[in-house]
Design a protein. Sequence first.
Length: 468
Amino acid sequence: MRLPFCAVACAASLLLSTAPAEAKELGFNVHQSPDVGLDATKDANVKWVRIDLNWFDAEPTTQGQYDFTRFDTLIDNAIAKGLNVLAVVAYTPAWASEGDAKGGGTQNDIPKTGTFSPFVTAVVNRYKTKVTHYEIWNEPNLGEFFEGTTQEYLDRILVPGADAVHAACATCKVVGPALATVGTAYATWLDTILTQAAAKIDIVSGHIYADFPTPNGGAGLTSDSYFNKLDKHRLIQSGNITIYEGPLSFKEVLDKHAVTKPFWITETGKTAHLGNAAEEDVQVTYYRRVLEEMLQRPWWETTIFYEAFDEPATPQYINGAVVHDDTAAKKYVPKKVHTFLAKVASSQPAFGGTKTDCDDGLDNDLDGQIDFPSDTQCTSAGSPSEGLASLDGGLPPDAGGPSSSSSSSSSSSSGSSSGDPSAPSSPASDASDDGGGCATSGEAPSSGIFVLGSALALAAVRRRRRSH
């Protein structure tokens, strides 16, 4: 018995040029690093640093008694290097905690009513001439970072925090809710937040670490792909039967609420050990895919990669673009991805670069060919465009490429797929990524029983405070 099905990973509806309507911006998470993190960011030719302005550090023991010393240094150093700062204001000090209900310390505890907004006011009043963007908490939908419910996040943190930002600085921007796309509840969190507090948020933010689809199966089929979390949720059907339907994507929830505010991804990235050539290549490919897909979506304005640097003392954390090394000339050793990002940021005009699509390190038309002379649309490195992005991203039908904007039948089955006009995509043949998109299955067992296993492999990584 042959059982058709379609796994929706991403979609396209129109041929799109690669030039976005507005400039895009890039950056790195640097935690609390006043030197190597900032240097690695500046040297990568990107403009934003996302810092951990921890409440428990700045108001540690007594309400109203502040110690901003480390943040003064960090922010002043960032400004001196020409960097923009996104300050994450988060994490409860012991004195403000309602109680450590789940154990593990007070930093993720629900704050007492009325304690968070005075701290936010003090932060904004101190830094508003230097910092204009404030992200209210980090990944509140993960118990590791917040023990409370969505409603408690709204009532104790987001609404009072956003009001405090706007009251102290009318031109400053509230960024949030910085949800992690782990598990299945993030769409419900975002739906509730936008229902009650969309007007409080100036820039909607979220985090994605999922893999991109490839023709070989995996992400988008047996697990959610980057696109499933970004702009088209995973739906697997056999005829009229829905076998699996995942949570709505960020864009789908935004569209549900008619929210057209800017969207930022404030964490995304891939791990790689310095010196492991295969892992470093995978990391480069992941960054490249993020940047290529970002260029196709005007509503996705800024990406802040996780993260700027690794510390040898914490070898379990290998998301960095460089590795801190005080013996090196620049106090760090770069991975391949750092060199790659510096090339793209200095070249692609949409990111403020001075070259062209044909000399920026990206596959701008999503045809599998990058720059002159590989891309035949480029007659020279100075050619302005690689061409137009194709509907199928260069993949054969049913191999994991985007579907059309309306429900359609795949060429070899009666399975249906729904698409997203706002979300063109181009799954590439990256060996490290998983496949997805609209696909047709092979033979099912003769009994007609079809079993589809689906599991998320993402794990929350505990943030660590870095002072280098």
